[in-house]
Design a protein around this ligand. Structure first.
Ligand SMILES: Cc1cc2nc3c(=O)[nH]c(=O)nc-3n(C[C@H](O)[C@H](O)[C@H](O)COP(=O)(O)OP(=O)(O)OC[C@H]3O[C@@H](n4cnc5c(N)ncnc54)[C@H](O)[C@@H]3O)c2cc1C
Length: 460
């Protein structure tokens, strides 16, 4: 597959927008940098240009022009998405909000942060830590992904096992609509039920309903204490059974992550660690709060019948090293080839069946599949690694993705737990949603974006 992308002519309508915007570029370098994300998807053409918004007013001005001239707009945060949601092609303009990266204020009493969309997830947490607070949705990409992208994908992370995903931590949004009007959603109180919940609707809408230009985030008190363990298992199915046993025992860890043997191998090679020697699969569990040590005892008790060894972290340094191993899983696999990351979620008591099904898919399609999982949420990331010259949207990789989706559905699960539909999973959403839901979803899209200029071809 060729990765030489054609540099197309810029159309008349896009050039009106690109000339009218305060900061824009049509250079091949800018268009190449903004043309895809970390999904492994390679578009065959480049977008016509990139607008770099520095304020909400810049976004309003761009959307007014885009709406008047019917220019398709692809919103972009940090470009770390895994569903090709921010990928853009000829005839489209990328609206990059990464320069809108300020933390406007933190209210330690109300435990709220007001932020611009381009601020990085880890920067919010660093700022909150100064007040003894934290922002719970912590994707493994925390150091490189933006809050706007997190909101648009309803991102999850390790702490979501206990504290919920992005939707549970965003109280209010300022959103620029397709025609340039500004919509305020939600409120800055913890409770509130006036009207339909447009805040929840925008979260996870993948840039197809509006562009987030400001958010009020809910912060939480930092746990007084955390306790961490690493457990090793003979194989990934046994580890899946152990994770399900923790859920069944009504224990609520703040982190419950799982990695299979091949992923441990890749992490060891990239990091110089030696996890694979200890087992064919690994679970990382963390508990927090005043009773963290007692709760971790319960976790250890629940997994004892399955584990070959259990190791409690002696201090924060050791706990951080274990968390880093999990966070580094995707970059470690990216060293092996082009990675396409599945994102299925299944009921939490069916993890072992899901891992067995993935083994069958690997055997049937001949693709290499590495797996990690946010085990407490039943959210698996089966990662297909192909040769860098191979496509992830055709051939065996595509068959494997399709089989994964059908496996999830058979087990009562879903196509995507947290990465979103983007371009890559669009063909399967009808099967999951059904016609009535799809019709309503299309009507919602029409109400927000009647000319269809916001992130066309993505999401629904
Ligand atoms: C190493 C690695 C680990 C990862 N781990 C996780 C994980 O644990 N959990 C998880 O959920 N994800 C994970 N991801 C995926 C990715 O980081 C998340 O999806 C993240 O939320 C994307 O943020 P972004 O700023 O990079 O968004 P982008 O990739 O720029 O955009 C993603 C989508 O959001 C839209 N968008 C971006 N900004 C806005 C805005 N301001 N308004 C409206 N729409 C917007 C785009 O159009 C696109 O559809 C990981 C990615 C990598 C590379």
């Amino acid at each position: 597959m060729s990765t030489n992308i054609a540099v197309p002519q810029v159309s008349n309508s896009t050039s009106i927008l690109l000339q009218g915007a305060r900061n824009a570029s049509t250079s091949a370098a800018a268009r190449t940098a903004a043309n895809t994300d970390r999904s492994g998807y390679v578009p065959q053409t480049l977008p016509d240009g990139v607008v770099y918004a520095e304020s909400a007013q810049d976004v309003v001005d761009s959307m007014r022009l885009a709406s008047a001239h019917r220019v398709p707009i692809v919103p972009r945060g940090a470009g770390t998405g895994l569903a090709a949601g921010a990928s853009a092609q000829a005839g489209e303009v990328v609206l990059d909000v990464s320069r809108m990266n300020q933390i406007i204020s933190i209210d330690p009493v109300e435990q709220l942060a007001v932020v611009q969309p381009g601020v990085l997830n880890a920067e919010v947490n660093a700022a909150a830590a100064e007040y003894g607070l934290f922002y719970a949705p912590d994707p493994a990409s925390t150091a490189i992904c933006s809050i706007g992208g997190n909101i648009a994908t309803n991102a999850g992370g390790m702490w979501c096992a206990k504290y919920g995903v992005t939707r549970e931590s965003v109280l209010s949004l300022k959103v620029v609509l397709a025609d340039g009007r500004v919509l305020q959603t939600g409120r800055n109180t913890i409770k509130g039920v006036t009207g339909y919940d447009l805040n929840a609707l925008i979260i996870g809408s993948e840039g197809t309903l509006g562009i987030v230009v400001e958010a009020i985030l809910r912060l939480r008190p930092r746990p007084v204490r955390t306790e961490t363990l690493a457990a090793y298992f003979p194989d990934v199915e046994t580890a899946g059974r152990a994770a399900s046993a923790i859920t069944a025992a009504h224990i609520q860890p703040s982190i419950l992550e799982l990695m299979d043997g091949p992923t441990l191998d890749a992490v060891d090679r990239a990091e110089g660690t030696r996890h694979r020697e200890l087992g064919g699969a690994f679970i990382l569990a963390q508990t927090d709060g005043y009773g963290a040590h007692l709760e971790l005892d319960e976790v250890a008790r629940a997994i004892d019948p399955f584990a070959t060894s259990v190791h409690r972290a002696a201090d924060q340094l050791e706990a951080d090293a274990l968390l880093k191993a999990r966070r580094d899983a995707i970059p470690a696999l990216e060293k092996l080839g082009r990675v396409s990351i599945g994102d299925i979620a299944v009921p939490r008591n069916r993890l072992a069946e899901a891992f067995a099904g993935l083994d069958d898919i690997a055997a049937r399609t001949g693709v290499r599949i590495f797996s990690v999982a946010h085990a407490a949420d039943g959210n698996l990331h089966p990662m297909i690694v192909v040769d860098p010259a191979e496509s992830i949207t055709e051939g065996p990789a595509k068959s494997a993705l399709s089989d994964m989706f059908h496996l999830a559905r058979r087990l009562g699960g879903t196509l995507t737990g947290e990465h979103g539909v983007g371009l890559l999973k669009r063909q399967w959403i009808g099967e999951e949603l059904g016609e009535t839901s799809l019709e309503l979803q299309r009507a919602i899209k029409d109400a927000f974006d009647p000319t269809g200029i916001l992130n066309p071809g993505k999401g629904i």
